[in-house]
Design a protein around this ligand. Structure first.
Ligand code: DAH
Length: 361
């Protein structure tokens, strides 16, 4: 093929690429030029039959042609895809300001309701509500809580990690518990501290009793002369107010958490009424929370002197509290967004929990 013919072919192919109206047409042009039987492919094959001198002249031209065609196809494809996306976005817009034609009455989700109840109960005991980020760093979520790198608890938490940053150092993660809010509070505030920290937590776990996102509430008290007695009284007072029953019986079982020493798991007694478990009494026991005296190492990691300051902490699953109090039995339904479920189990936005009116009214 002469140089002029190659130039002509280039012009023809590039023009065809330019007018290809959609991805299918563009693919047809590509096959016609670069496919097995393609015009440009034939040229490439012809290089093999040339004398070395011819090849030296034609080689760069033909390879240049192939590259130009490839680049033009890539650019055209991007343009077409962008146009398709723009069309799709334009045709799928949803005007959120349009009136809806079904009567809607929203309800307060049981998880929000329980969080409000917790805030109300603990406010009465002098606790403030603290918050922290759901995207945490390793130090707040683990290290400062006395869970060093090699600690088995790290593996047990089924953590969702983000890819490392450019330095390859800092591992960000979705917090696996609300305990990092303890750390943030101790670092930021001067004791005495009394806070609860309700919020979302994440672990890579999913079945009838676990969802990858769930809710916890953390409690933290830091002051002078704090003992296990204060912990037990606080939990008992909280659970009586929460379940709105005076016959709540607690059982503290020795346990292990890296961030508390000693640690205790707290069971609450239940009785059987009409074949159903009801909180109160002591016919059986149900584990409801983890707790303990804040480990001196944790207090120290936050820059406080553990000889001067002591405290207790606890952590509790909010979803489970809601299930126990309001009788839902499948955790997954909490997050399905099913309006029928929400209408059945949701609460009126006007019934704000108060201690005098009954927190679960
Ligand atoms: N962070 C623990 C967990 O997610 C729960 C917990 C246990 C929190 C004991 C505490 C505590 O503050 O003292 O399993």
């Amino acid at each position: 093929m002469t140089t002029d013919e190659i130039d002509q072919l280039r012009e023809d192919v590039l023009a065809a690429i330019d007018v290809a109206a959609g991805p299918d047409a563009l693919e047809a042009v590509r096959v016609h030029a670069l496919g097995k039987q393609g015009t440009v492919t034939a040229l490439l094959k012809s290089l093999g039959k040339m004398t070395p001198e011819e090849r030296q002249v034609q080689g760069p031209r033909i390879h240049g042609l192939r590259e130009a065609v490839n680049a033009a196809i890539g650019a055209r494809r991007e343009k077409l895809e962008a146009a398709i996306l723009a069309d799709k976005l334009a045709s799928e817009t949803l005007d959120m300001t349009l009136p809806v034609d079904v009567p809607t009455s929203g309800t307060v989700h049981p998880v929000s309701q329980v969080m409000d109840e917790l805030a109300e109960i603990f406010a009465d005991l002098g606790f403030a509500v603290a918050t922290g980020p759901e995207i945490e760093d390793d130090w707040h979520n683990f290290t400062a809580l006395n869970i060093p790198d090699t600690h088995p608890a790290r593996a047990m938490h089924d953590t969702f990690y983000f890819p490392p940053d450019d330095s390859g150092e800092q591992k960000m993660l979705l917090r696996t518990h609300t305990s990092p809010v303890q750390i943030r509070t101790m670092v930021d505030q001067k004791p005495p501290i009394r806070i609860i920290a309700p919020g979302r937590t994440y672990r890579s776990d999913s079945d009838a009793t676990h969802t990858p996102m769930f809710h916890q509430v953390e409690g933290l008290v830091i002051d002078k002369g704090i003992t296990l007695g204060h912990l037990k009284w606080t939990l008992e007072t909280f659970l009586k107010a929460f379940f709105e029953r005076d016959d709540i019986v607690l059982r503290l079982r020795p346990s292990y958490f890296p961030f508390t020493e000693p640690s205790a798991e707290v069971d609450v007694g239940f009785s059987i009424e009409k074949g159903k478990r009801v909180i109160g009494g002591s016919e059986g026991w149900m584990e409801v929370l983890g707790s303990g005296m804040v480990h001196p190492k944790v207090i120290e990691a936050c820059g406080l002197d553990p000889k001067e300051w002591q405290g207790f902490a606890f952590g509790c699953g909010i979803d489970r509290l809601a299930m126990l109090k309001y009788g839902m039995d499948d955790l997954r339904a909490f997050f399905d967004g099913d309006l029928r479920w929400l209408r059945h189990y949701g609460f009126s936005a006007l019934d704000v929990p108060t201690l005098s009116g009954g927190v679960g009214a």
